[in-house]
Design a protein around this ligand. Structure first.
Ligand SMILES: [Zn+2]
Length: 108
């Protein structure tokens, strides 16, 4: 299997439907969060949404293609870290999880 397929397989296996809950836990006063369903990277294409567990904002959503592109740019390493374009925190490529809850909302 080539490294890109292996990376994708690992990425897709990490699915969670509770990734957004901590934003409510951190701030008991909020009743809803807004998450983008397009990204600058994806343009108008429907995204496959991923979140990083170290990200600081509900708006931090990444498309699968963007993660694959970063994987390639990093010399095929999933341990590369980079600065999130939204919350500016340092995050690691390996710490992304597929956001099932957001995916369901996009489908509707
Ligand atoms: Zn972020």
């Amino acid at each position: 299997m080539d490294p890109e397929d292996k990376f994708l397989e690992t990425l897709r296996r990490k699915k969670r439907d509770d990734l957004h809950l901590r934003f409510f836990e951190e701030n008991g006063e909020i009743q809803s969060i807004i998450s983008p369903i397009f990204t600058l990277f994806s343009g108008k294409k429907r995204i496959s949404p991923y979140r990083n567990t170290y990200c600081g904002k509900a708006e931090c959503v990444y498309d699968e293609d963007e993660l694959v592109s970063r994987f390639k740019q990093s010399g095929l390493s999933s341990f590369v870290t980079f600065i999130c374009h939204t919350c500016r925190k340092q995050i690691q490529l390996a710490k992304f999880c597929f956001d099932e809850a957001l995916e369901e909302m996009i489908e509707e």
